[in-house]
Design a protein around this ligand. Structure first.
Ligand SMILES: [Zn+2]
Length: 189
């Protein structure tokens, strides 16, 4: 699956939003990728996961792990594509951790999966969760890399679509300067 095809699917499903957004990373942006709008089409989610999984078949991961909520659907499809477990980590008092009886056993090989990488912060935190259980991170994957290839994760990383969308700290945000207030798009938009 080439990046142009991924872009077309995002376009068709209305998943690329324009406005003034406050991202999870704390940065502001005039564009937001609402991956849930794409991933609601289960067959598309499956096709994305199968394409991404090709890069990691030889690693034979024991599990895929995703930060909740954004990474769960793609992570689950990648678990299917790689015939391994699919776990997710959740924030509790701001800290990402395993809940719901999920376990990672020492020496298990883990692939970290997200929907979108912006700064790589959530992926890095998920990598730390794996390490805290003695697991071995064999790589990271996301549907979209919106850092323009700038995120540095310290592990092998693949995405299906790399694009560079400008992000701003609040004090440098041109939209804030013109008086507009950012919205947090996660759940409402
Ligand atoms: Zn702003």
């Amino acid at each position: 699956m080439d990046p142009g095809e991924v872009a077309r699917i995002f376009d068709q499903t209305g998943a690329l939003l324009e406005g003034h957004f406050l991202l999870t990373s704390g940065l502001h942006s005039e564009k937001y990728l609402q991956c849930a709008r794409v991933l609601q089409w289960a067959e598309k989610a499956q096709a994305f996961a199968q394409a991404l999984a090709q890069n990691f078949l030889s690693n034979k991961p024991d599990l895929v792990i995703s930060p909740a909520i954004g990474g769960i659907i793609l992570g689950h499809e990648m678990g299917r594509a790689l015939a391994c477990r699919a776990l997710f980590a959740e924030r509790e008092n701001g800290v990402l951790r395993l809940r719901r009886g999920f376990e990672i056993y020492p020496g298990e090989k883990a692939l970290v999966v997200e929907d979108v990488i912006t700064t790589g912060g959530s992926t890095m935190e998920t990598i730390e969760v794996v390490k805290s259980y003695g697991g071995v991170v064999v790589g990271a994957a996301s549907l979209v890399d919106r850092s323009g290839g700038q995120a540095s994760l310290g592990v092998r990383y693949h995405s299906l679509w790399t694009l560079s969308i400008p992000t701003y700290r609040q004090e440098n945000c041109p939209m804030c300067k013109s008086g507009s207030k950012p919205v947090k798009p996660g759940s409402r938009v």
